[in-house]
Design a protein around this ligand. Sequence first.
Ligand SMILES: [Zn+2]
Length: 76
Amino acid sequence: MAPKKPDPAAKPTDAKKAEKGKKKAEKGAKDMYKVEGAKVTRARPTCERCGTGYFMADHHDRYTCGHCGFTRYKQK
Ligand SMILES: [Zn+2]
């Protein structure tokens, strides 16, 4: 009776990892602003309740504030 040996070749290949060079850009504060020449505009709406400085999360149909929970639905 042969002992069961783990076969390294049997490992499923990670197809997603093979996709090199397609690194998703890290999300950060730099994505919250757009620089147009000398002007800096905010790419996300700010919370009406918390005021400027509190960005709202961009969801497919609404914006929400992670600080106070305020939700604003997008206009169609
Ligand atoms: Zn808020």
